[in-house]
Ligand binder design. Structure first.
Ligand SMILES: Cc1cc2c(cc1C)N(C[C@H](O)[C@H](O)[C@H](O)COP(=O)(O)O)c1[nH]c(=O)[nH]c(=O)c1N2
Length: 210
């Protein structure tokens, strides 16, 4: 049996505190096999009915990456136009992806058409397929930080465009585009908090007791 002691728990807590969404990457390449290793860890995650619906696309092709950057620019400009006044001015200053610097690009999809798991747990909540993929991304996020590697989730993208650009099966639903690389800085506070976009609230703010 494996036991985890207090010292491990303390370190684990530090891992949660120091995990960040990273948008500013150093140019150093990732070690050989780093992304494959992160994917292997992600595959240990829980999934509804053991359906393992996560699908990963490692994006190395320059033209494909360029198409993703272009789509981000379009979607980010659209997003900016939805704000006005001070909020728009503040949005315009935010750095919301490290697509152009990150040495690693990884797209993540949920396979809605797979029979793996035989539908267990999904009859009343088909969205548990997507939830399972998000659980895997979270595991990868933490595993990356444990290796000193930063991960940034980019959702300011058009899912249909991602589908076309990455040429994946119709049954795959776009979940995330991840930038992976060594962070320029380490911080224990979210960048959006530092930029005064939003602040973290205590757990009490989100907890009901019945
Ligand atoms: C589903 C989803 C989607 C996105 C994000 C996260 C998640 C969970 N985040 C990162 C997000 O802004 C960040 O997690 C919070 O600001 C909290 O910061 P830390 O992750 O604690 O550093 C994010 N960040 C960003 O700069 N561009 C983006 O498109 C997105 N999209």
């Amino acid at each position: 049996m494996v036991e985890f002691d207090d010292s491990f728990r303390q370190h684990l807590r530090e891992l949660f505190v120091w995990r960040r969404d990273v948008r500013r990457f150093r140019s150093d390449p990732l070690p050989e096999g780093a992304i494959d290793r992160l994917i292997e860890t992600a595959c240990l995650s829980p999934s509804v009915g053991l359906s393992q619906p996560w699908r990963f696309v490692i994006v190395n092709d320059t033209a494909t990456r360029r198409a993703v950057v272009e789509d981000f620019r379009t979607c980010n400009a659209d997003a900016l136009s939805c704000y006005s006044g001070d909020r728009a001015a503040r949005y315009a200053t935010l750095k919301l992806s490290g697509l152009e610097q990150a040495p690693g690009h990884l797209a993540v999809f949920a396979d809605k058409g797979s029979d793996i798991g035989h539908g267990l747990g999904r009859a009343t909540m088909p969205e548990t397929t997507e939830y399972s993929v998000v659980a895997a991304i979270t595991a990868m996020w933490l595993a990356a930080r444990a290796e000193g590697i930063g991960l940034g989730w980019v959702s300011i993208l058009n899912p249909a465009r991602m589908h076309a650009v990455l040429d994946v099966p119709d049954s795959w639903k776009f979940i995330a585009y991840l930038c992976i690389g060594y962070p320029e800085i380490e911080c224990d506070r979210p960048e959006l908090e530092q930029a005064k976009w939003e602040q973290r609230r205590s757990a009490d703010a989100f907890t009901l007791r019945r």
